[in-house]
Design a protein around this ligand. Structure first.
Ligand code: ZN
Length: 112
């Protein structure tokens, strides 16, 4: 181990202000590119999850119709049986409940 003489700061050199500004600028540029892409894909994933929920609920309605000969009066009838074991989900994109169109016996709306 060598002892430093007074005034010899070459061994404990810190970043200069210019180096810090360059580093912060690079990080800001990378963040401005990455953050919007991540945010867009997060919403896109929620839309895909909504589409999957709609398909699952429509399949559960069809299974109910095959067994009972008629569509369920309301979607909660599916949750109390083996047709949709979990609670009826809400739309992950806009947090609204799914509703069944009585004419077509399909999940209506949610065309994100
Ligand atoms: Zn939706």
């Amino acid at each position: 181990m060598t002892l430093l003489k007074n005034g010899d700061r070459s061994a404990c050199r810190a970043f200069t202000l210019l180096e810090m500004l360059a580093g912060v600028t690079i990080i800001a540029i990378i963040a401005s590119i990455v953050v919007p892409r991540v945010a867009f894909h997060a919403f896109s994933a929620k839309e895909e999850a909504c589409s999957q929920y709609r398909g699952d609920l429509n399949a559960a309605i069809e299974r109910y119709m095959f067994d009972h000969g008629a569509a369920p009066a309301q979607l909660s009838d599916l949750a109390n049986s083996n047709y949709y074991p979990a609670d009826i989900p809400k739309c992950p994109a806009d947090n609204t409940v799914y509703t069944m169109d009585p004419a077509s016996q399909r999940i209506s709306g949610h065309n994100h």
